[in-house]
Design a binder for this molecule. Structure first.
Ligand code: TRP
Length: 468
């Protein structure tokens, strides 16, 4: 056992760090492209409902577990049930998910780093939109390039985590989160002045059934989990560095609001710019990487703002990736008694290695086309390469299953008195307890099970309708 566990320096430190974990590629890369693909306003509405009714209660449950047990997920489930309990599996799933998610997350962050570089060294305004859009394809199919930036991003992540809870995680979140907000505000003013603001807002906020499919609902939920950093113990781990008398209720509400506002802000910034440049909102995962440089090339001022935008994207990815690495690192510190340095270097090194197949997916026979053919039956003819298979696995299965485990555990297994005391400690909002418990007991599990069944194609199997 490590002699002295780290703690946050202050409540604000925790909020910035947890907010930093939540705000990330999910908000600025994921939210706009999924909103674009699913038709806009109606998807946003479902997303907001998922955040408020499913995400927020789970966030409170995660922070509750961490704060109460003062240890990382595997040990936390043991402490609240008994040694050898099957509930510890939920903690294990989280540690495994940390490796998997970070391995592809770092690849996307690596693209972003590369785009900082190319938007400084390339004059987009000299190129046609087709040429600019083509850059993304060239980047993702270049194995050496993607591996290089992925490894560099992991080095950055490791160098922050190795410094520990206060000196590393908290200090960097304190620097990067305000920087992010300033950059967002600059871009917001820019979008208001130069973008097609009215059309952008209409797309985002007027519910419109076009392009909204049944599958948009599970997608919105998966995105909410991912964006709020739920379902794999990241917030159990962060909560374990809170003092036991801290108010988890208002902290969770603040972090969720922060996360949701950044996602909405990203949409409010991106869509007006995309529409002003006649871009396609349904451009898929490449949306940010193709449309933004095209838009910035056509709009004056883009020379400065394009690198700034990708810098921002990289910053937010960094405050999230440190929380993913911290889950794996904390496991080895708390459960195996490793030093922080050893734990960080070993887990970070492992993620670097596991990420290589994702980094080379776009340009590799084995992990790209080969893997696509292999997974064809699984995805009904739309096989996924290694990278996309892992994205899918974590969004659609690991995080919802983890979230379900956490909700069921806290709602049905944990001792009533412990749960109520932990929830209300230090909080003026303790009376929300019964509402929280009700959501966690009934609505949250039912909703997640429905979504999981959907993801696994069980409804199609039972009721037909799909082309299985
Ligand atoms: N929430 C981050 C984002 O939106 C990603 C992330 C960090 C995450 N930690 C996590 C996702 C834990 C799931 C679980 O980009």
């Amino acid at each position: 056992m490590a002699a002295e566990r780290g703690h946050w320096g202050s409540r604000l430190g925790f909020i910035l760090a947890a907010g930093g974990s939540a705000v990330g590629l999910g908000n600025i890369w994921g939210f706009p492209y999924k909103t674009g693909e699913n038709g806009g306003g109606l998807f946003v509405l479902v997303y907001l409902a998922c955040v408020a009714l499913i995400g927020l209660p789970i966030m409170m449950a995660e922070i509750f577990i961490g704060k109460t047990t003062q240890t990382s997920p595997v040990g936390a489930f043991r402490a609240m049930s008994r040694p050898g309990s099957a509930w510890m599996g939920v903690g294990w799933l989280g540690v495994v998910a940390a490796f998997i998610i970070l391995s592809f997350y770092s690849v996307i962050a690596g693209w972003s780093l590369h785009y900082v570089w190319i938007s400084i060294t390339t004059t987009f305004s000299d190129m046609t939109p087709g040429e600019i859009g083509g850059i993304f394809g060239q980047v993702v199919t270049n194995p050496a390039l993607c591996s290089f930036w992925h490894v560099l991003f992991m080095v950055l992540t490791i160098s922050i985590v190795v410094a520990g809870v206060k000196a590393g995680l908290e200090t960097w979140s304190r620097i990067l989160m305000p920087a992010l907000f300033i950059l967002l505000l600059v871009l917001l003013v820019y979008a208001m002045v130069k973008g097609n603001f009215a059309q952008g807002l209409k797309f985002l906020f007027v519910p419109n059934p076009d392009n909204f499919k049944w599958s948009s609902v599970p997608e919105a939920m998966g995105l909410a989990f991912f964006s709020l950093s739920l379902g794999m113990g990241a917030l159990i781990t962060y909560g374990s560095y809170l003092r036991t008398d801290e108010d988890l209720v208002s902290a969770s509400i603040t972090v969720s609001l922060l996360d949701t506002s950044v996602a909405l802000l990203a949409g409010i910034i991106l869509f007006p710019i995309i529409f002003a440049a006649d871009g396609n909102p349904a451009g898929g995962p490449g949306l940010v990487f193709t449309t933004i440089p095209i838009a910035f090339a056509e709009i004056p001022g883009g020379v400065v703002l394009a690198p700034l935008f990708f810098l921002l994207l990289t910053f937010t990815a960094l405050t999230s990736s440190i929380s993913l690495l911290e889950v794996a690192t904390a496991y080895f510190i708390d459960e195996r008694g490793w030093t922080r340095t050893k734990a960080t270097l070993v887990t970070g090194g492992a993620v670097m290695a596991i990420g290589i197949p994702s980094a080379i997916s776009g340009g590799s026979r084995l992990f790209g086309a080969g893997m696509q053919t292999l997974t064809d039956p699984l995805y009904r003819g739309e096989g996924k390469d290694w990278f996309n298979a892992l994205v899918d696995l974590s969004f659609n299965l690991m995080l919802p299953i983890g979230g379900l485990g956490i909700a069921l555990f806290v709602a049905w297994r944990v001792d009533d008195a412990v749960r109520e005391a932990g929830f209300s400690a230090g909080s003026k909002l303790g009376r929300l307890y019964w509402g929280w418990l009700w959501l966690l007991r009934y609505l949250v599990p039912v909703a997640i099970v429905v979504v999981l069944f959907n993801a696994l194609g069980i409804f199609e199997l039972l009721f037909g309708g799909g082309n299985v």
